[in-house]
Design a protein around this ligand. Structure first.
Ligand code: UDP
Ligand code: MG
Length: 323
């Protein structure tokens, strides 16, 4: 019988674990789906991992791991994919904002041959105007940059084992899960869902963390900002050509062009700094990739997870060798 893994990245979610585990177990059992739940505690400062251990002790189909510190949701997702053994893997938030009832539908589509089932947000649920606004900008900019329609996509997806294998094979450290499944291709189906309200705890995203997320993902998935530097150079060239003509005219008519000088210096200075900033972001990405540090470090695991999972992420180790 085919096995379904549900990967749940969790950061400071002690209030959610028991409830989520219970709701998912009940739902999947009632649909007769053979399942396992993989909770990844992302270096939580509360009792999230203890809750996971408790849940695992109650239900052998639940397993989990804890990171040595907060590595971010992306790392959590990838650690979950690594630990998951299912023929199909669903990734979802552990705050139940992604409605669990969608999973059986995804599962059905998978059985009918879909290799990726994208969860598409029908509405964004109730959230603050500010959050809606920043998320709106984020998706608009991201869609432009990576030339894929990112609007209303989410991290709520089902992936076939083949797709999971491809994603785990990627050598890069800075991943953007949501876009990578588009990038990977495969036979894709979509299901719509309504975002639920969070029952316990609060959202982990602030405006700044969202912006940082946007910049990291933009630079890890697109080189368009780099080309922007060329565009800015062109604009500044055209501008200076116009000013050159004007200055020459003024020279002939003998009027001082001090304002023009200040303007030019400001403009060119501004462009240079923005360009350096953009290039800097890419150098930072290259630097991080070249260092080759692991995506995450697993410090603790539940009893039913093989001991080899502990430590650092490494492709070689997964392939059976040593680091
Ligand atoms: N999360 C995580 N690591 C982080 C931040 C968040 O694993 O550094 C998890 C979190 O526990 C939740 C999911 O990512 O399961 C989505 O986070 P959240 O609900 O805070 O985001 P929102 O739903 O508000 O977009
Ligand atoms: Mg949430």
């Amino acid at each position: 019988m085919a096995l379904l893994s549900v990967v749940l990245p969790s950061y400071n979610e002690e209030q959610n674990i028991a409830n989520t585990a219970h709701v998912l177990a009940e739902l999947l059992e009632s649909h007769g789906i053979d399942y396992e739940l993989v909770f990844i505690s992302d270096g939580s400062g509360d009792h999230t991992f203890q809750e996971i251990q408790k849940a695992a002790a109650d239900n052998p189909r639940i397993k989990g791991a804890e990171f040595s510190r907060n590595f971010g949701k992306e790392a959590g997702i990838f650690a979950g994919l690594e630990l998951a053994e299912g023929d199909a893997v669903v990734v979802m938030d552990c705050d139940l904002q992604h409605p669990p009832e969608t999973i059986p539908e995804m599962w059905r589509l998978w059985q009918e041959g879909a290799e990726v089932v994208e969860g598409i947000k029908k509405s964004r649920g109730r959230e603050s105007l500010f959050h809606r606004f920043s998320a709106g900008i984020f998706y608009r900019v991201m869609s432009r940059l990576i030339r894929m329609d990112m609007n209303s996509t989410s991290d709520f997806k089902l992936l076939d084992r083949r797709v999971v294998k491809v994603l785990l094979e990627l050598p890069e450290r800075n991943t953007f899960f949501r876009a990578l499944t588009f990038w990977a291709g495969f036979r894709t189906e979509r299901v719509e869902y309504e975002v639920r309200e969070r029952q316990y705890g609060e959202s982990k995203w602030s405006f700044f963390s969202l912006m940082r997320y946007a910049v990291t993902n933009a630079t890890s998935f697109s080189t368009l900002p780099l080309q922007l530097v060329t565009v800015m150079g062109m604009i500044s060239l055209i501008f200076s050509a116009i000013l050159a003509v004007q200055t020459l005219v003024r020279y002939v008519t003998a009027v001082e062009g001090f304002t023009t000088v200040i303007l030019l210096i400001l403009l060119v200075g501004g462009f240079l700094m923005v360009s350096l900033g953009i290039i800097g972001h890419y150098i930072a990405r290259i630097y991080e990739e070249v260092k080759g540090r692991p995506k995450y470090i697993i410090s603790r695991i539940t009893d039913n997870v093989p001991e080899t999972a502990r430590g650092i992420w490494s492709r070689q180790r997964r392939q059976g060798g040593w680091i």
